[in-house]
Structure formats: C-alpha cells, structure tokens
Design a protein around this ligand. Structure first.
Ligand code: PFF
Length: 453
C-alpha cells in the first residue's frame, strides 16, 4: 500500500498464523489466571457465563480486530488513522498502547515466577513437601525481593530479544511444536488430578453451577477474563493481523484460536480444581493457586520430577509467546509512528515497562501495604487492565467496525475479495452492531456500579 509497508514482516503459513495468534491467546491467562479467577468467583456458574461471553462477544471482537489489522496493515494507532483519517478513533489505539504497558508489567512478574519454578523443579525443591509447606514456599518466594526481580528481568530480556529479532519465524517455528506438547502435558495432569481421592468435589465446583454466587461484579470479571484470555480489546490482534497475508481466512482463524484458547482454559480448570479440593487448598486463594496446587500434584505422580520440569518450561514458553505479542503492540507503534529503529524501540519499551514491573514485584513484599483503591499495584494493574481497559477497548473496536466502516470494505476483507464464502457476515454484523456493544456497555456500567439493575 505505501511507505513503510514494503518491509513489514508477515507470517509464513496458515498454521503459522494460528500458532502465533493462539500463542498470544494461550498463556498464563488460561493456566494461571483462569483457575484463580474462577475459584474466587464461584466456579461453575462463572465458567458458564465465561463460555457465553467467548462465543457471543469474544469471537466477534476478535474478528473485528483482524479486520482492522489486516485491512490497514498498520500498528494499533496507525490502523485507526489509516481507516478513519482525521477522526478521533485513533484514541482507541492509544488506549491499547497504555493497556499494553499495564499488562506487560504485571504479566511479566508472573512469567518470572515460572522461571523460579523451573529452577525449583530442577533441584527437586518440591519433593517431600506437604501442601502447607508448598504454600509457605510460594509465599516466601514472592514475598522476597531479589529473586522475583531477577526472574522478572530475565523474562523481560527474553521477550525483548525475540522482538528485536523482528521476524516471527523463530517463534512461529517453535510454537508449532511446543503448543501441542503443552496440551499433552496438561492432559497428563488432568488424568492425575481427576484420579486423586476426593477429586469429585473439585469437578463439582467447576461444573455444577450455583448461580446464587453470581453478582454484577462476577459478570464483569468473567467478561474481563474472556478478553484477557483471548488477547482482545487492546489491539494485540490488530497488530498481529497486520502481518497476516491477504489469502488467509480471517473468520476461520478467529474461530480456531478462540476454541483452542477456551479448551486450554477449561482443561487447566480440570487439572487444578480436583487437586485444590484433594489437598484442602482454598479455591479462592488468589494468584498463588496454580503455583501451590501443581507442585502438589507433581509430588503425587510417578515421574513427578520430570513432569514438573517440563511443565514449567512449557508454561514459560506459553507465557513468552504471549509477552512478545504485547511488547509487539508497543514496539510496532514506536517504530511506525515515532520512526524509531526496532532495536531502540524495544529497549525503550521494555525499559519503561520494567519501571512499572518493579513496582509490581515489590507489591508482594516491601510495597504490600501500599494500596490504591484497596489494591496493591500488581492487583490494580491486573484488575483494571482486564476489567476496564480491555472491555472498553473491545466496545470501541466493535462500534468502529460496525458503525464507521462501510459494509463493502468488510465484505471484501473477510471474503478475501470474494474468494471465500463468508456467509456468516450478516450475523456477525448484527452481533457487532447491537448485541456485543450493548452487552459490553451494560455489563461494564453495572459491574463498576454506575447503573444498578
Ligand atoms: N492472552 C494472554 C493469556 O491468556 O495469557 C495474555 C494477553 C496477551 C492478554 C496479549 C492481552 C494481550 F493483549
């Protein structure tokens, strides 16, 4: 199309697109965040609402991001400027960049924990520890200062190195192998977990709904979790879609990625909750849930040493394929809008995110008592990015495509200029014109307490 599009990277193959996009979607959000958020919000009823949101809101928002990214071939800010010149829609892009800073800061902290857990697996640090000792081990690790800081910087360094390399080929190549391995390991954990004595209670918690536990804030949290897990609402997928070739099927990609992501989250729930109940851990015990529960399962498995090691390595990889997608949002913006070199853009982006990241690390130790609206810095970034920034971003994204972009452009992009049958378009348009925006707006206003039904 023009200027700096000629030397843009692009994904090499259909499977590469899915691997990279699913790599962004599948991550700590599925295996770490989903179980603890579901645990804090009543389990099964939360899961049902969550699934409804993925289908009715998540997939349409994802497809809208794909449309914006591929038709504009630009970073999140440039995309809106190109599709709506002279209009304030680019503010959505700016909001996305801000959300990327927030998410990357706290997410990389948790990603760093996975490195500590690889190390502990290596030295057989979980062996012979009781559930309560594993709990103490987790708390004393996150409550310390230097080790979590060190792992944070290591992880940020890894993310930056991949982004600096620029081409998605490396990651495309590895995600294609590693994501299926993650699935197999998760299945092994599921089998061990559901055969633990007392596992039934955990499955009941996850699958037998008790709707009395559901309130307006639960619904907002379910919406936020679906956005967070699918990587939607802040332009990550706008940025990635700008690298998708014109002959790929966007509708099919959105559906496959959303299904894979949801499947992994449910599977993580099935791996975690039986163990939670079997080892008498509180389902609502927060961010530590997975880090405390999984080592317990490993201790009860033949070959636990081996499984533990591989599992945390893969969790690291899953986290890494997500952190790069978030950093790419910022770097693509810096490179294309501020005309910075990719290397310099990466250093500036990672450096400034790290400043906030350090505060997140410290919010489990020396800054644990520093509260803003009752949240630590870590909790504030986790909660507000998922439950405020992403839903608002998603709302404006669907409004933009539904009401600003003309129908012909949508038909053309989603059908690859008529090459593909895209019979779902009228239904999709109806959803993004009315259902998705009304639902997001309503849930958002109700969830933050601005209206009260
Ligand atoms: N979807 C990722 C996960 O579930 O771990 C996290 C994430 C990546 C959120 C990219 C938002 C984003 F833009």
């Amino acid at each position: 199309m023009s200027d700096n599009n000629t030397n843009r990277d692009s994904f090499g193959s259909k499977f590469g697109v899915i691997a990279a996009t699913a790599g962004s979607a599948i991550g700590l959000g599925n295996i770490w965040r989903f179980p603890y958020v579901a645990g804090e919000n009543g389990g099964a009823a939360f899961l049902i609402i969550y699934l409804g949101f993925v289908l009715m809101i998540g997939i349409p928002v994802m497809l809208s991001e794909f449309f914006i990214g591929r038709s504009s071939q630009k970073n999140v800010f440039g995309a809106f400027r190109r599709l709506a010149p002279g209009r304030p829609w680019y503010l959505i892009g700016l909001m996305g960049v801000v959300a990327a800073f927030m998410i990357l800061a706290f997410y990389t902290v948790v990603a760093g924990w996975t490195l500590e857990y690889i190390y502990q697996s290596l030295i057989d640090g979980f062996a012979g520890q009781s559930a309560s000792q594993l709990n103490d081990m987790y708390n004393s690790f996150i409550g310390s200062t230097w080790r979590p800081l060190l792992w944070f910087f290591v992880f940020m360094g890894l993310t930056s190195a991949i982004i600096m390399a620029g081409v998605h080929k490396g990651i495309e190549k590895y995600t294609k192998i590693l994501m299926p391995v993650l699935l197999l390991l998760l299945l092994a954990l599921v089998i061990r977990s559901v055969t633990l004595p007392g596992a039934g209670k955990g499955l009941e918690f996850l699958f037998r709904p008790d709707f009395s536990k559901i309130g307006p804030s639960t619904i907002l949290v379910a919406l936020g979790q679906s956005f967070f897990s699918l990587s939607i609402g802040m332009g990550t997928l706008i940025t990635y879609a700008s690298y998708i070739r014109k002959d790929e099927n966007l509708g099919f990609t959105a559906l496959s990625v959303a299904m894979a992501d949801t499947f992994i989250a449910v599977l993580a729930g099935v791996a975690i909750f039986p163990a939670v109940f079997a080892f008498n851990i509180e389902p609502g015990s927060g961010e530590g849930l997975v880090y405390i529960t999984l080592p317990n399962i490993f201790n009860q498995m033949p070959g636990g040493y081996f499984f533990s090691l591989i599992f945390f390595i893969l969790l690291t990889v899953a986290a890494l394929t997500s952190t790069i997608s978030v950093l790419e949002v910022i770097v693509a913006f810096f490179v294309e809008e501020l005309k910075l070199k990719r290397r310099i853009a990466t250093v500036i982006a990672a450096g400034s995110v790290s400043v906030i990241g350090v505060l997140c690390v410290l919010s489990f130790s020396s800054m644990a008592e520093t509260k803003i609206f009752g949240f630590t810095v870590f909790q504030l970034l986790d909660f507000t990015s998922a439950n405020i920034f992403l839903p608002l971003g998603g709302l404006f994204i669907v409004l933009f495509v539904a009401w600003y972009i003309n129908r012909k452009a949508i038909d053309k992009e989603l059908s690859n200029k008529g090459e593909l049958k895209a019979g779902y378009i009228p239904f999709y348009l109806f959803v993004i014109k009315f259902i998705a925006p009304l639902a997001i707006a309503f849930i958002f206003l109700q969830g933050v307490g601005l209206i009260n039904f």
